[in-house]
Design a protein around this ligand. Structure first.
Ligand SMILES: [Zn+2]
Length: 309
């Protein structure tokens, strides 16, 4: 439910590192600039005992290596990025790429353009919505016209609620705040637009109580696991996931690798789910496929075809 079509230099000049998992969150000496911390500690060096990946060097290699992983593991992925980039990936793998749009209001994409993309089926999922980086939550008035359109056209939404890179508020995204990790920020939007299909990317980590309260209060809401699945300390990820399952929400948790520019992270995320000893085989199947198929309203026919491949 959550991957991306991004250029190789999305996080800076490649190669860029990604820990899988981070074993702990490194200290920023307050005299170090936020950008230096981001470059040296988060994205350039793998301070995770080598458990991680370096990104491919070109746009094409990010795309072809990702598609190769999708084919090997029989993955159908909601893939978001800019409109042209997503269409490029779609042409490279028409069956496996489900088109999404990475979006935030400050991109100023006219509403009529969005209407055209949604109505013509060239964009299937509205999101990942990434306003959180700019301090814009789903319930912000800036989102209102877009949510009304998505509700009218029955376009499912995937909204980032949870972790960005650690320390990102000091490295360019100066309106990012910890409080926006809380799933409570989507509530007013849900009440105003009861027919919206909404998936919370990154499962509102680490505010588990808020996430459970939202899932309970708004039974139409789903979560995707995003980066916490492969990037975060394993014990923490498993206890977070187990808490959601134990609370009774196993039918609304979806796999989402949040693959950005590291194709191998998809495999790491799948392995993390498969190794979860507290999940039954059928709970794993729900997370890896069935829940997303229901959320996306895939037809019997589409499901049969996907299993067959
Ligand atoms: Zn993402």
């Amino acid at each position: 439910m959550h991957m991306h079509a991004l250029p190789a230099d999305f996080e800076g000049p490649p190669p860029i590192g990604m820990c899988s998992p981070f074993e702990h969150w490194h200290v920023r000496d307050a005299k170090e600039s936020g950008m230096d911390y981001m470059i040296n500690v988060v994205s350039r060096n793998l301070y995770c005992n080598g458990k991680g990946f370096m990104s491919p060097s070109t746009d094409d290699s990010v795309m072809t290596e990702t598609i190769k992983v999708m084919e090997k593991y029989n993955i159908y992925g909601v893939t978001s990025g800019t409109y042209p980039m997503v269409q490029k990936w779609k042409s490279a793998s028409p069956n496996r790429i489900i088109t999404g749009l990475m979006f935030s209001p400050e991109m100023q994409i006219p509403i009529e353009t969005l209407r055209k993309w949604f109505s013509s089926d060239s964009i299937k999922v509205f999101g990942e919505l990434v306003g959180q980086y700019n301090g814009i939550t789903l319930s912000d008035s800036a989102m209102e016209p877009y949510l009304a359109l998505a509700e009218e056209l029955d376009i499912p939404i995937n909204v980032h609620v949870g972790p960005g890179p650690p320390g990102v508020a000091y490295a360019g995204d100066n309106r990012y705040r910890a409080k926006y990790h809380s799933a409570l920020v989507i509530e007013e939007a849900l009440i105003k637009h009861p027919k919206l299909r909404v998936m919370v990317a990154h499962a509102g980590w680490p505010m588990i109580d808020d996430m459970l309260a939202v899932l309970y209060t708004h039974p139409q809401v789903y979560v995707d696991l995003g980066i916490i699945c492969y990037g975060f300390p394993k014990k923490e990820f498993y206890s977070y996931l187990e808490r959601m399952v134990n609370a009774g929400f196993g039918k609304r948790i979806c796999f989402g690798s949040d693959q950005m520019i590291w194709p191998q992270t998809i495999i790491a995320a799948i392995e993390t789910i498969n190794k979860a000893t507290f999940l039954t085989e059928s709970q794993k199947r729900d997370i890896l496929y069935n829940n997303a198929a229901r959320f996306l309203r895939l037809s019997e026919d589409q499901i049969k075809k996907q299993y067959g491949q």
